[in-house]
Design a protein around this ligand. Structure first.
Ligand code: VAH
Length: 332
């Protein structure tokens, strides 16, 4: 990879992936694609080129590819699960129509394409524990429908036109940088913000709601390593199960309490997110990714929790409690 276009560069994944790619590929152009109203700011704007690219406008994709001689496109444009349920037509237009536009440009201009899929591409009929790489995918959300369609369309462009399409099925992603936007797994980010700010957290999902989750640094590394993988080893392309940890609200709350003893959580269920989460797997089998391109996670719940808490304290200027304060908090 040398000249890379990230479509959706100011979103939850894109804002961090763009910076990571600029660090990994300093000799090329790593272009931040954005839409009006979500322009790059600060270090994202100052550290490299940016270009207006609305994925529903194929001309803008082609223009950016030509201008920067793009060889690889990261397509991160999507409406996340809960928001998509409120706007299914727009979710399809971006998730599938936008992907089609991207694949057509990639076919004509010989670009490789990464489009993430998700654990949301599975449905209630899928084996829920250690979900296999190849299994039934009948999602009940428009988000899942766009992701399954995207997997099949990307595979089609690979075997029909030779476009180098690759993808991973991301779990719920957790990060301290860009806040999440309208996903079902967002609670696993919001809980850290509440804990660090000393606020009681009202959890939207009930105890026992297990889902695969992943710390953002692992997700970014997966998105890069899959595109750098030796294509002759790939049996699959769109899309690989990847996993690192599976937990429910009780488990993550208990882990946070180990670090912030005063943390309190109650439940205030969100019926839509609960219904979506109940239709998704509890955990994925990622053995194919491990065998075909050496995938492995580096963060578990303990490492992620320590890192999230320290970075969020820094972000909000909240000092870590002294040892004595912690002792007192433990006493209650
Ligand atoms: C969502 N965070 O909740 C996204 C993701 C696996 C979850 O796709 O919609």
């Amino acid at each position: 990879m040398k000249n890379i276009l990230i479509i959706g560069a100011t979103g939850q994944i894109g804002s961090e992936l763009t910076m990571r790619l600029r660090n990994e590929y300093p000799e090329g152009d790593v272009v931040a694609g954005f839409i009006k109203g979500a322009e790059p700011k600060g270090i994202l704007l100052e550290s490299g080129p940016s270009h207006e690219v609305d994925i529903t406008n194929p001309m803008q994709i082609a223009e950016a590819v030509d201008k920067y001689k793009i060889d690889t496109i990261y397509n991160l444009a999507a409406l996340l699960s809960a928001v998509a349920e409120a706007k299914p037509q727009l979710a399809w237009k971006i998730g599938v129509g936008g992907l089609y536009n991207t694949l057509e440009v990639a076919r004509e201009k010989k670009c490789a394409v990464f489009t993430p899929s998700s654990i949301g591409s599975f449905g209630p009929g899928t084996p829920a524990d250690k979900t296999p790489q190849d299994t039934i995918q009948r999602p009940k959300t428009i988000y899942g429908v766009t992701k399954v369609t995207g997997e099949m369309l990307s595979d089609y462009y690979a075997h029909r036109f030779g476009v180098d399409t690759r993808s991973v099925r991301f779990p719920g992603l957790i990060s301290y940088v860009a806040p999440p936007g309208g996903g079902t797994t967002d609670y696993a980010v919001d809980i850290y913000y509440s804990a660090v700010k000393g606020e009681e957290f009202k959890c939207p999902l009930k105890p026992g709601t297990f889902m695969d989750m992943m710390y953002m640094p692992d997700a970014l590394r997966a998105a890069i390593e899959i595109m750098e993988a030796d294509p002759t080893r790939l049996i699959h392309r769109n899309s690989f199960n990847i996993a690192s940890m599976s937990f429910d609200p009780e488990i993550i709350a208990a882990k946070i309490k180990e670090h912030i003893p005063g943390f309190r959580m109650t439940y205030e269920l969100d019926p839509l997110r609960q219904k979506i989460a109940d239709s998704w797997p509890n955990s994925l089998d990622d053995s194919c990714a491990r065998e075909e391109w050496d995938w492995h996670p580096e963060y578990g719940l303990e490492e992620m929790t320590k890192d999230m808490i320290s970075h969020l304290r820094e972000k909000f200027g909240i000092p870590a409690p002294s040892h004595q304060e912690s002792e007192v908090a433990m006493a209650y």
